[in-house]
Design a protein around this ligand. Sequence first.
Ligand SMILES: Nc1ncnc2c1ncn2[C@@H]1O[C@H](COP(=O)(O)OP(=O)(O)OP(=O)(O)O)[C@@H](O)[C@H]1O
Ligand SMILES: [Mg+2]
Length: 237
Amino acid sequence: MLKLTNVETFYGQIQALKGIDLEVNEGKIITLLGANGAGKSTTMKTIAGLLKPKNGSVEFNGENVTGLRPDQLLRKGISLVPEGRAILTSMTVLENLEMGAYQRNDKDVRNDIEDVMQRFPILKERQTQMAGTLSGGQQQMLAIARALLSKPKLLLLDEPSMGLAPLIVADIFKIIKEINEAGTTVLLVEQNAKQALKIADYGYVMETGKIIIEGSAQSLLEDPRVVEAYLGRKSTS
Ligand SMILES: Nc1ncnc2c1ncn2[C@@H]1O[C@H](COP(=O)(O)OP(=O)(O)OP(=O)(O)O)[C@@H](O)[C@H]1O
Ligand SMILES: [Mg+2]
């Protein structure tokens, strides 16, 4: 479904991605792990069109989409929930959801908003409140729900569990799994490596702009390098 070949992305003179090869197969959950500053968000932004790669190619469903704009990629079915959520705090929950569907002109939008509010009952309850009044976990749910309203084929989630209490983190992972089971392919960036690998099919580990390890989620859970660097004492289960 998604294929990155030798992708190199720069911030000015600084090379953040040093030749990334990565594949996401339809229907799967793929996780991208790595320490702070490894280049995970840069990879996500490059896939979503927020950054243009200097070299290499991005293919989506067999089509070369390298360098397309975010709105063009969104229409092709790639939706990013960025790190830090980026919801509109001084708009209502409902308005945020409506924004998620802004590029659609079909008649199903109302129904789809109803559907996501069924899945996230708290958003229905709070639909007229300012999004900024929601808790961190609720804001993350809103960010995910908003992305779903673009009807993505591929959902890019950049650290959805960041800053959330363990119980809420568990909810978020459960929701990601459910979204995938309902047919959406997921690329998930996480610091919470253990939980990410538990729901993922396949994973990649990045270090300073490169993929250094890849394999099935099960093989990564057992890989001593991954265990030592990412699954040590601090990870919750
Ligand atoms: N806007 C920017 N300008 C210059 N350098 C940047 C910019 N954003 C990121 N970088 C650099 O690019 C590299 C990769 O950053 P990136 O944000 O992709 O890492 P990350 O893996 O997402 O890290 P984190 O776990 O902290 O979110 C880092 O060295 C970072 O300092
Ligand atoms: Mg990041």
